[in-house]
Design a protein around this ligand. Structure first.
Ligand code: CAA
Length: 404
């Protein structure tokens, strides 16, 4: 509901909506077919001053909040889920810097991300380590004034277009996940190669690549925060802040699919009346709209918690991610159903929504991982309660029948 948003929120929402309607929607199908990166859309985002809004003002950004970011991602994703993530993955890549980089590193890289001239990607996953992110194997061994990186990364969204990469690697392999550190790696570093591009089901405008590091010497000044260790914690804190963005992408997809379904069913006629006039169809649309609105409230609540500086945001961020992305999958699938046979064909816009939605249940932590995060948080809460609650299981008092 617009009344619940601040004027700043509404400004971002409206600007993003204009970009989405004028520049994204007309290009969505073509970018999906050609799998080209939407460079023209990036230029539009620059003109509308929407790139890197989450970067603090002292580093050339706008210091916008998580809710502003979610509103922009939602609007872009209403028109194209691929463009939604092409935009938000820069936030995922730059949160590690905002959280832990040295002043010098922030001064060097954040202004370029804010202006949109420098794209960034986040390199955590590897072939053998996906959900079990702490078991990554890429090493970064100190050698004089440099670290030598060896290993591979997988599922690097933005991989083919980024200029810099936050890369997580073991500086002390004996310590396992506590020996993970983060590095800022520039694209032209010798020994670093952006490899195979994945042929993905959806979000086809964004290149998702493998990365490889072979005796890649990265100056010690590129060690994030100038300190070894703490890389895993940095990655987890980053994901806590980025997951509402994926949830917003899913929300935009669900909202966009709902709008298409409403429009189609109000125009399509069968048995002498619009398809929308059948109550069975109205009930489907009513359920879809209710689910979208419930997802929206959770996404905005998680973003507001981040903006308010809430200490433990993991649970709410995970809840928003799991609920909004499961909703997107359900709503986009139902929207395809409402289009009937046409929904299954690429001549119509709706099947792309379903393809784009699927990845939101998988990346930035599968929805199974989100449930692990939520359940662990509940377990910790239980442990806290145990100390001060005298938990006894009592039977309900015997039922006494009222006297006649
Ligand atoms: N904030 C701060 N610290 C945290 C934290 C958080 N949210 N979560 C965990 N930690 C800390 C713990 O306190 C612990 O610290 P100590 O060692 O000091 O005790 C340490 O990290 C290890 O924590 P866990 O024991 O909980 O770690 P785990 O191995 O059990 O893993 C997990 C937990 C939640 C499953 C985690 O591995 C995870 O989130 N996995 C999914 C990874 C993921 O989302 N990958 C997606 C990558 S991005 C992508 O998709 C590609 C793209 O480009 C879009």
């Amino acid at each position: 509901m617009r009344e619940l948003l601040s004027q700043q929120n509404v400004d971002y929402q409206e600007r993003a909506r204009e970009v989405a309607e004028k520049f994204v929607r007309p290009r969505a199908a073509e970018l999906d077919r050609s799998a080209e990166y939407g460079w023209d859309i990036l230029e539009a985002l620059k003109r509308y001053e929407l790139t890197g809004i989450w970067i603090p003002e002292e580093y050339g950004g706008q210091g916008a909040g998580a809710l502003d970011l979610c509103l922009v991602v939602e609007q872009l994703s209403r028109a194209c889920g691929g463009i939604g993530v092409a935009y938000s993955v820069n936030a995922l890549g730059s949160f590690p810097l905002i959280l832990n980089a040295t002043e010098e590193q922030k001064q060097k890289y954040l202004p370029g991300i804010a202006s949109g001239d420098l794209l960034i990607a986040f390199g955590l996953s590897e072939k053998p380590s996906g959900s079990d992110a702490g078991s990554l194997r890429t090493t970064a061994i100190k050698d004089g004034d440099a670290y030598v990186l060896n290993g591979h990364k997988k599922w690097n969204t933005n991989g083919g277009v980024a200029g810099i990469y936050t890369v997580f690697a073991l500086t002390d392999p004996a310590k396992g996940m506590r020996g993970i550190s983060a590095f800022i790696v520039e694209r032209d570093t010798p020994g670093f190669v952006v490899g195979k591009r994945e042929d993905t089901l959806g979000i086809r405008t964004v290149p998702v690549n493998e990365l490889s590091f072979t005796d890649c010497r990265v100056p010690a000044s590129q060690l994030l925060g100038g300190k070894e260790g703490g890389g895993f914690r940095n990655a987890m804190m980053t994901l806590d802040r980025a997951r509402p963005g994926v949830a917003a992408q899913a929300l935009g997809l669900a909202q966009g699919a709902l709008e298409w379904a409403l429009r189609y069913t109000s125009e399509r006629r069968q048995f002498g009346q619009t398809v929308l006039s059948f109550q069975a169809i109205q009930f489907m649309l009513a359920d879809m709209a209710t689910q979208v609105e419930a997802a929206r409230q959770l996404v905005y609540a998680s973003a507001r918690a981040i903006d308010a500086g809430a200490k433990n945001i993991s649970r709410l961020a995970a809840m928003a991610k799991v609920f909004a992305t499961d909703t997107a999958m359900k709503v986009t699938t139902d929207a395809v159903q409402l289009f009937g046979g046409y929904g299954y064909c690429k001549d119509y816009p709706i099947e792309k929504y379903m393809r784009d939605a699927k990845i939101t249940q998988i990346y930035e932590g599968t929805n199974q991982v989100q449930r692990v995060v939520i359940a662990r948080s509940l377990t910790r809460e239980l442990a806290d309660m145990a100390g001060h609650l005298d938990v006894k299981v009592e039977h309900f008092p015997e039922y006494e029948a009222p006297q006649e």
